[in-house]
Design a protein around this ligand. Structure first.
Ligand SMILES: Cc1cc2nc3c(=O)[nH]c(=O)nc-3n(C[C@H](O)[C@H](O)[C@H](O)COP(=O)(O)OP(=O)(O)OC[C@H]3O[C@@H](n4cnc5c(N)ncnc54)[C@H](O)[C@@H]3O)c2cc1C
Length: 469
């Protein structure tokens, strides 16, 4: 997203609003959220997720370097044993006072098949490291999420996805996986070997065992042309069906209180490289925050200033290998709720959410992300009921995110949305059972693999078994 810099400062309105605006109030609102102590009373070190809202003091931390080491550790480690990747989930998935299990040392490319365009990869590999490793063998993952900090295991854990109507979430391109179970057994799983486990545990929340490696179906390395342009919000909504059909990757960010949207497309090209240049998303987001801080008290004025900031901003173009362009840096922390819908419902949901935020939450300034995802058949995949559309609402990490639950989630739920497994939601086992036709089959596989609940923390007991969280 791009905005014309410095306009707020130049309007003169800003000066007036700045004087009138309660500087003390803004400073108070801008304070860092309280941070838990670095150690607990027992001297155990603090663990926190990326956004800072989840924390734990694990009694033990382990980072096995091989499958054998992992297998023996699983037999003896204190529960709950919680695998962790990059800690980028917003839900308390990795939280444990037992054993926090990092896969960071079980990482890297194992081998590949140039004819089949597949690659075997260890589960602790970060997506950002996989890009260049695959490029070196002429391959790339068909799609990537908005960032590439995640581990492969973590991405499967929560059904991490990118955007593109013909492009599946990452687990949708997994041809086989190896799973270390609670009793230290290593299982090969694919369409013919342990097929039930393969179907149940491709999206797994780290609750079925520990994935040690996967075989990914890739594609030949391709160059893409990525474009970011500002458009009218309602025109973009109306154009969404055409945009989804016309572009390999397409998404847009609805910018609340502006009437505008930032459209991002990417298509394969043979054109010469045009590097992406320095990131402007973070500064644009902070300009939206400034707009909120100065003009949040008047929605019409806020929109009037925003429209003048954003008008005539030229499109940004970049051309390079897909793995270099599809993901972004996100230096500004936030908390997020994202739900997935049958694609026909997506725009109606979005419009309702934008209207609700503009009516009730003038403090919100983060753009709302709108993406499209192809179906797959994993039992716990939010995308297994057909082509899906997602809507993701963000809250700046210093701001109250309660509105995600009070205002946004009821709209999402009314439209039959399925939550992203790693992002904020209040659902529990009975809710998931109603949303996933094969829920009980998946839970039976889980119970068979982990009968004593070694992998379950209190949150997962509530979300998977219906016990108290
Ligand atoms: C800035 C930001 C941008 C994001 N963008 C996107 C996006 O574009 N699309 C999207 O879908 N999501 C996105 N997410 C969410 C993110 O992709 C998921 O939460 C993902 O699961 C995080 O990966 P991780 O490696 O940090 O996993 P963690 O958060 O550490 O773990 C996630 C789950 O996987 C399990 N797990 C990890 N490794 C293993 C393993 N080897 N075996 C078994 N279980 C394991 C954990 O136990 C946990 O249940 C974003 C998050 C952030 C913070």
């Amino acid at each position: 997203m791009v905005t014309r810099r410095g306009i707020i400062a130049g309007t003169g309105l800003a000066a007036g609003a700045g004087v009138a605006g309660a500087v003390g109030w803004r400073a108070w609102r801008d304070r860092e959220p309280a941070s838990p102590p670095e150690t607990d009373a027992n001297g155990r070190l603090l663990w926190r997720n990326w956004s800072g809202i989840q924390s734990a003091y694990p009694a033990a931390r382990a980072a096995p370097a091989s499958e054998d080491e992992l297998a023996s550790l699983l037999k003896s480690a204190a529960g709950p044993i919680r695998p962790v990747g990059a800690g980028h989930s917003f839900m308390p998935l990795a939280v444990t006072d037992g054993t926090l299990l990092s896969l960071d040392r079980i990482s890297g490319l194992i081998d590949h098949d140039p004819a089949a365009l597949t690659a075997r990869v260890r589960a602790g590999t970060r997506l950002g490291d996989l890009g260049p490793a695959l490029a070196a063998i002429g391959q790339e993952m068909p799609n990537l999420p908005d960032i590439n900090k995640q581990s492969v295991g973590g991405a499967l854990g929560t059904a991490t996805h990118g955007t593109g109507r013909g492009l599946k979430a990452i687990h949708g391109e997994v041809l086989s996986l190896r799973l270390a179970t609670a009793d230290g057994e290593i299982l090969d799983c694919d369409a013919t070997r342990n097929p039930e486990i393969f179907n149940a545990a491709r999206v797994n929340l780290g609750a079925f065992g520990v994935v040690t490696e996967v075989t990914l179906r890739n594609q030949p390395l391709k160059r893409i042309h990525k474009r970011v342009e500002i458009r009218d919000f309602h025109d973009t909504c109306d154009d969404w069906p055409r945009l989804k059909a016309a572009h390999r990757n397409v998404e847009f960010y609805a910018i609340p209180f502006t009437g505008k949207a930032a459209l991002i497309t990417a298509d394969v090209t043979d054109a010469a490289v045009l590097p992406r240049g320095p990131d402007t998303d973070a500064s644009a987001t902070m300009e939206l925050k400034t707009l909120r801080d100065l003009f949040g008290w008047s929605a019409p004025l806020r929109q009037w200033v925003a429209q003048r900031m954003i008008t005539d901003v030229p499109p940004q173009d970049m051309i390079d290998d897909g793995w270099k362009l599809l993901s972004n840096d996100r230096p500004i922390r936030f908390n997020e709720m994202e739900y997935h819908f049958p694609e026909a419902a997506q725009i109606e949901v979005l419009k309702e959410v934008v209207a609700a935020i503009e009516a009730h939450r003038s403090d919100v300034f983060f753009p709302i992300e709108v993406r499209t995802i192809a179906p797959d058949d994993a039992w716990l995949s939010p995308f297994n009921r057909g082509p899906s559309g997602s809507v993701a609402v963000h809250a700046y990490y210093k701001d109250d995110y309660g509105f995600l639950f009070d205002l946004v989630e009821p709209i999402f739920r009314r439209h039959g949305g399925r939550p992203h497994w790693g992002k904020l939601n209040s659902l529990r086992a009975a809710d998931f059972a109603a949303l996933y036709p094969l829920w009980s089959n998946a839970m039976a596989v889980r119970a068979h693999l982990d009968p004593t609940g070694k992998f379950l923390n209190p949150y997962l007991r509530g979300a998977l078994l219906g016990g108290s969280a």
